[in-house]
Design a protein around this ligand. Sequence first.
Ligand SMILES: Cc1cc2nc3c(=O)[nH]c(=O)nc-3n(C[C@H](O)[C@H](O)[C@H](O)COP(=O)(O)OP(=O)(O)OC[C@H]3O[C@@H](n4cnc5c(N)ncnc54)[C@H](O)[C@@H]3O)c2cc1C
Length: 475
Amino acid sequence: MMMQLIWFRQDLRIEDHTALWHATNSGQTIALVILSPEQWKLHDDAPIKIDFYLRQLKALKRQLQKLNIPLIVQTIQLWQDVPQCISSLCESLNIENVHANIEAGFNERLRDENVEKQLHLNGKQVHFYHDRTIFSLGSIRNQSNLPYQVFGAFKKKCYEQLSISLPILFDTPNPQARIKLEELTSYSTVIPQIEDIYPDTVLSERKWKVSEAHTLELLDDFIENRLVHYHEQRDFPNIQGTSQLSAYLNMGIISIRQCLHALFREQLGHFLIQHQSQQTWLDELLWREFYQHILFDFPQVSKHCPFKPQTDKIQWRQDLDDLDAWKFGKTGIPIVDAGMRQMLSTGWMHNRVRMITAMFLSKNLLIDWRLGEQWFMQNLIDGDLAANNGGWQWCASTGTDAVPYFRIFNPISQSLKFDASGDYIRQWIPELAHLDHKTIHEPYAKQADLALDYPKPIVDLKQSRLRAIDAFKLI
Ligand SMILES: Cc1cc2nc3c(=O)[nH]c(=O)nc-3n(C[C@H](O)[C@H](O)[C@H](O)COP(=O)(O)OP(=O)(O)OC[C@H]3O[C@@H](n4cnc5c(N)ncnc54)[C@H](O)[C@@H]3O)c2cc1C
């Protein structure tokens, strides 16, 4: 049989892996991963995310070893060198077919097109598979055969498709015979630590454990014990009411199909919604799906362009002090600062607080949402172009199906509603920990001279709200 190459990208698992299944069913398989540190920088990938990736890569290598699949680790700086890298590898190892899962971003697709062109010149075949989404990218279309731009209609279509059947899971490959190939020994199989790549990196904690087994345990724990409360609890940042699976889904340590099958486990794999929380979690998975399809169908969102082009005329404020205060959790608005500090400390932020902080930057501070999007990418462990861009453009009212520009969250009302006890703020802003549950949301409201080692609000919420509405009305 002909030799196959499985090229791992953001799909670091062996279970339910479309490209791996196809490769191993076509012949003896060698695995490849390409590290590209300069490209990661260009894409603003957070150090915590790269560290997570490298740690999972080590776990994947151990799993592949059990299957007798050697993992080659190549390092190049930029993706422009990928075609040459793969092509020479295919030549020297006598590989006939390359298999990989599709990624939706514009640069990713360009990279893959160039690989395909180069390998075709050499008479090799490249096979790309849909794996990252429930439905093939480009396949969810309205009656005019156009992509959906509104989540409600997109979701309805997805429900229709799911009611026909859930997508199938791919079997995990069986161990193959050992590959005895002299040329293999000339390739590196060493996976570096993040400090080897970026020597200045300081990561305070590595709380996010890796491995597929651990991720499946997290999914099981969520489905068995916490899903039932999801609908009521998911908006409260002080409760661990959500799955916290985003980093694992984004790195492909778990597949979206595995999540779906776990969600309908009790219904024996049938699409049957039996309680509100089940539906609500499904809808969140479909928001993820929606933004992946948007990224695929509207490549301009990959290129720092707003989905609604007219919103590029908004006169954003250029205020570096305000931007820095926001970045480092020093705006004087406790719920905003708590969220930003949670992200800086753990690499993750609760969804409700992501919305509050993003709206505060793009509306109350009237600072370009792209600067916020970039800061999130530079710090999130689950940083994902599609979801991050989608979330930011929703909050900034520049995106598809975005919040209307005049519906601006008041962060204090949000704080009172979703962190009524103030415990979330207490956890992330120790300077305010001694305040009672009324004062903590707006410490200087009743007593402007309260002695606190905490800044006063950098902006008046009412005036800044009107300023944002005016800026949007002008375009
Ligand atoms: C400004 C902003 C930026 C965001 N940036 C990212 C990002 O970089 N990466 C990312 O994965 N999510 C992002 N989100 C979406 C959402 O906040 C996270 O997916 C969620 O907080 C992850 O927590 P969880 O895994 O516990 O989610 P759960 O509530 O358990 O949801 C399950 C899964 O559904 C998906 N999901 C849930 N909500 C959304 C959503 N609104 N949009 C897209 N997918 C969703 C995620 O994959 C998530 O893991 C962003 C949201 C906003 C408002």
